[in-house]
Design a protein around this ligand. Structure first.
Ligand code: G6P
Ligand code: ZN
Length: 561
């Protein structure tokens, strides 16, 4: 029986502008009649020539509204001439896994249903993101096109009668408008696990956990009730043989158990507490959709994401994938601490500084100029896919611990011994009023043109810094020449220390101000000091330079990492 699709009249909604990582709004907004359909139509229409007859991947982090959104997407893809959809079982696919499947199955792209680390549930957030054929988040040119379409949309196409059961793995065939349409429900974990086994030496990691060459390493992995639960179970418990108490919160929940599924010192406080007790030698947590990670050592020794990526880049000998493919270049986002730059210099490879957002790494990887990259926002990854990858980062770390037979802390001390330490901290002021924050950014922007600030001395508590340059970061993509402007205010000091101010691009309402502070120390006696103590004077200088407390009305940040 052939099903028929229909054209439904609709009107544009304001603000369907994809942010750093897709369209993120409250669930209630996505539940507004036609809202989700409009945006899905914008994604499909923006594909223009490559839409008809194509294959797409669909999956998400399992949060509330995912299943409903999958249903809408299936019905709309069928009506828009898509030939085949690969859907994760029950709609579940981690963000890195979507990227992996797009690349392996060579689809035209994928739709990722997640609001990443934002809370989930009927009163929390949802999100829709489009990834292109290379497996990475759509670049600005594509998301701008979607946004433009959203402003003038008058209709969308849907096949309301199509019913598809996504709870069972297998292929279902339909005929829609006399065209064949296939939905293949895929195992959410299988291909990804196979790929990880190619990239890493699972035998070496198994030996590390078992203690074949010494003490067994006890690990504690916190999936925070996000999408990584099934991946953690399969990889760490079944494949690597870690004991059952090595993994917690591995059942994905629609509201992440009421928590904020963000792997940092504040929102993964339970993990930090458990690690402090000292029973475990290695700890890690992931965010809702599995692309972010936090790495902890014995007694909750914290590895900043900026150091984490530098350490991985410095220790690629222990990872079979890099032995096979080599390391072509390294990269970080602009606010990320500069530790990786020093590794690049020593290894004699290129290093790139891109705006915040994983999408900016994609072109460099496709052009064969970038192998390993990371962001201060707990994102670490490589050119094995085109998303950051939390589980990959943990496997990379375990490979290094196995290869070097050291603890997390020993690895960091050795790294700092070679390169010096880039102390780094980030202050977040979440959910502030937008208007004053925009004013603050405008005032900072005006400082870029104020030549009298260059050379100015700023002091606090016995520490003095000299302003070398203030600018609003702009980036020209070396591959396609596209330009991204106003990506964050940078205050660069003469000794290489930096302060950066940005507004978050991932919130769903209000404004979140981020302040990033970094300074470099070559003196080994400083290496074991607390980053907060070392950076305190520069933090105070930065706060008063931006008049941040006055503009935000906040005395303290909501999160410090
Ligand atoms: C997402 C993106 C990252 C980006 C981060 C920044 O996680 O995938 O690439 O670094 O958002 O978020 P922000 O809230 O600082 O814009
Ligand atoms: Zn995420």
């Amino acid at each position: 029986m052939s099903l028929t699709s229909y054209t439904k009249a609709t009107k544009p909604f304001e603000g369907q502008k994809p942010g750093t990582s897709g369209l993120r709004k409250a669930v209630k907004v996505f539940e507004t009649e036609h809202y989700t359909e409009n945006f899905v139509q914008c994604i499909l229409s923006a594909m223009s020539g490559s839409l008809t007859g194509c294959s797409l991947v669909v999956g998400g982090d399992g949060r509330y509204f995912c299943k409903k959104a999958v249903d809408i997407i299936i019905k709309m893809c069928a009506a828009n001439g898509v030939r085949k959809l690969l859907v994760g079982q029950d709609g579940i696919l981690s963000t890195p896994c979507v990227s992996c499947v797009i690349r392996q199955q060579q689809t035209a792209g994928g739709i990722v249903l997640t609001a990443s680390h934002n809370p989930g549930g009927p009163d929390a957030d949802f999100g829709i993101k489009f990834n292109i054929a290379n497996g990475g988040p759509a670049p600005d040119a594509v998301t701008n096109k979607m946004y433009d379409i959203s402003k003038t949309i008058v209709e969308y196409r849907i096949c309301p009668e199509l019913q598809c059961d996504i709870s069972k793995i297998g292929t279902q065939e339909f005929t829609v408008d006399n065209r064949p349409f296939t939905v293949e429900v895929i195992d959410s974990v299988g291909d990804y696990v196979t790929y990880m086994k190619e990239i890493f030496d699972f035998g070496a990691i198994k030996n590390l956990l078992r203690g074949t060459n010494g003490q067994p390493l006890k690990i504690l992995i916190d999936a925070m009730h996000g999408v990584t639960g099934p991946y953690v179970r399969r990889i760490f418990l079944e494949e690597l043989g870690a004991s059952l108490n090595s993994a917690v919160n591995i059942v994905p929940l629609e509201n992440f158990g009421g928590h904020h599924p963000d792997p940092n010192l504040t929102y993964a406080a339970d993990l930090v507490k458990a690690m402090k007790e000292g029973d475990f030698g290695f700890g890690a947590a992931f965010d809702g959709d599995g692309d972010r990670n936090m790495i902890l050592g014995h007694k909750a020794f914290f590895v900043t994401p900026s150091d984490s990526v530098a350490v991985i880049a410095d220790n690629t000998d222990y990872i079979p994938y890099f032995k096979k493919h080599g390391v072509k270049g390294l990269a970080r986002s602009m606010p990320t601490g500069c530790a990786i730059d020093r590794v690049a210099e020593k290894k004699g490879v290129e290093v790139f500084e891109v705006p915040t957002g994983w999408k900016y790494f994609g072109n460099l990887m496709d052009a064969g100029r970038l192998s390993i990259c990371g962001e201060e926002s707990f994102g670490t990854g490589s050119n094995h896919i085109r998303e950051k990858d939390g589980i990959w980062a943990v496997l990379a770390w375990l490979s290094i611990l196995a290869g070097r037979n050291m603890s997390v802390e020993q690895v960091l001390l050795s790294h700092w011994g070679t390169y010096g330490r880039n102390f780094f901290t980030r202050y977040d002021y979440e959910n502030c009023e937008s208007a004053p924050c925009n004013k603050m950014m405008a005032a900072l922007d005006a400082m870029c043109d104020d030549a009298s600030l260059v050379g100015k001395e700023l002091s606090h508590d016995g520490k003095t810094y000299n302003i070398a340059k203030i600018d609003n970061f702009a980036y020209t993509d070396p591959i396609d020449g596209s330009v991204a402007k106003k990506q964050g205010l940078r205050v660069l000091m003469s000794d290489g220390s930096r302060v950066v101010f940005r507004l978050s691009g991932t919130g769903s309402s209000g404004a979140t101000v981020r302040m990033y502070v970094e300074s470099y120390e070559a003196d080994p006696s400083t290496f074991t000091k607390d980053a907060q103590d070392v950076l305190k004077p520069l933090v105070e200088i930065a706060l008063s330079l931006a008049n941040l407390k006055e503009y935000t009305g906040r005395q303290e940040p909501t999160v410090i990492t």
